[in-house]
Design a protein around this ligand. Structure first.
Ligand code: PMP
Length: 386
């Protein structure tokens, strides 16, 4: 066995690993057998690649329950496309959860500094981690939202955000408000009422068990942002402007077709395995992980009162030991977790962990087992009770 095979991988929030075997095979065979460029010409290889892109898009539309799905190279680029293309103006109020990733916060902060948008943080209870929806209604009436940016699942706490409820309140109070959901951690596994969601950003390499280099936007309504990038699309080539309609408006440049080949295979695997089976496995591992960590003395676990509010991710810290030291010590025993602020600075302010260097994040995936969690427990014990 190589050391990679022996590793207990509990960093699935960074990227799911391993991938289903079919993903590796599909990517390998793409370049060996038909590495043509989709939508660029009618030669047999280009047509085969275009067929693969179309089939994958159709599977994504079904899996995400969205009428239109675009491709982008990463969730970060897709999030920037929506935020920078939303035509926000000075004074527009954008509400965020306290759990947003920097790939949402940094574009918003840029718009705040450059154009004077206002950023407001939605009220969540510090103990129960629940969103105070009654207070939200009052806030929205006082300052109607131009946009909501909502992490679907916190990448630090695993907290599931009541996205549908928030989008509904926003649309009731201001029908033209835009709801963006950052679905990097959960897209497709947790279904949304897509008729309320203007844009859901999904990531191929995380909850969809596909490769790096492929992500995108699922549009649930008629709303569309301005494109972020402009360039060749293989369509309407006589015009030097971007196509007005359709997915190619958001897909300048050659697609990452090898990644799409991998995603195609992972979507087939997801369909065969079944959403419910994957969610159930994650729920059972998350419960075990929460119990195991909560039973260790000197360990602080960042859990809501209602365990049903979290999925897949649990953060903890240990009294008087820096999270980075725990990560290094676990790494030395071949256990992969991630310590620090996880690109989500406001989440760590919310749980008051910034000054102590953040938390240790444990995140499970479909290929983890109960044994992995028990192994983690015994190694944490050996590290902290010396
Ligand atoms: N949003 C969330 C919630 C994330 O966890 C991540 C990745 N850590 C991103 C956005 C950005 O994804 P990527 O780095 O793949 O662009």
């Amino acid at each position: 066995m190589t050391s990679e095979q022996e590793i207990i991988y509990l960093d699935n929030a960074a990227t799911t690993f391993p991938k289903p075997e079919a993903v590796y095979l599909a990517m390998d065979s793409f370049y060996r057998q038909f590495g043509g460029n989709a939508g660029r010409g009618a030669n047999p290889l280009a047509r085969k690649a275009a067929g693969l892109v179309d089939e994958t898009r159709a599977m994504l539309r079904a899996w995400l329950s969205a009428p239109e799905v675009t491709f982008a190279p990463s969730a970060t680029i897709a999030l920037n496309t929506v935020i920078m293309g939303a035509k926000l103006r000075a004074g527009d109020v954008v509400y965020v959860t306290p759990f947003e990733h920097n790939s949402v916060l940094r574009p918003l902060e840029h718009l705040r500094k450059t154009f004077g948008i206002q950023i407001r943080v939605l009220p969540f209870d510090k103990h129960s981690f629940e969103c105070r929806l009654d207070e939200v209604k009052k806030l929205f009436r006082l300052e109607p939202p131009a946009m909501l940016c909502l992490s679907q699942v916190s990448n630090v706490l695993g907290l599931v955000i009541p996205v549908d409820e928030l989008a509904q309140i926003a649309k009731q109070i201001r029908p033209d408000s835009i709801t963006l959901v950052d679905g990097a951690q959960a897209a497709g596994l947790r279904q949304l009422e897509m008729s309320l969601i203007d844009a859901l950003v999904w990531s191929g390499h995380k909850s969809l068990y596909g490769p790096y280099g492929i992500a995108g936007i699922a549009f649930g309504t008629q709303w569309r942002p301005e494109p972020l990038l402009r360039g060749g699309t293989g369509t309407i080539s006589e015009s030097i402007e971007m196509p007005e309609e359709g997915v190619s408006r958001f897909e300048a440049g050659s697609q990452n077709i090898s990644a799409i080949a991998g995603l195609n295979a992972s979507l087939k695997w997801l369909n065969e395995t079944g959403r419910d089976t994957i969610i159930e496995h994650s729920r059972s591992l998350t419960n075990l992980l929460s119990d195991v960590l909560s039973n260790l003395s000197d360990v602080i676990v960042y859990l809501p009162g209602d365990r049903n509010l979290i999925t897949g991710i649990v953060s903890f810290s240990v009294n008087n030991i820096k999270p980075q030291m725990i990560e290094t010590a676990l790494g030395a025993q071949n256990i992969a977790v991630r310590a620090g602020l996880h690109c989500s600075p406001w989440t760590h302010e919310f749980i008051n962990s910034t000054a102590s260097g953040g938390t240790v994040r444990v995140s499970v995936g479909y290929f983890n087992t109960d044994k992995d969690i028990q192994q983690l427990r015994s190694i944490i014990e050996s590290i902290i009770y010396v």
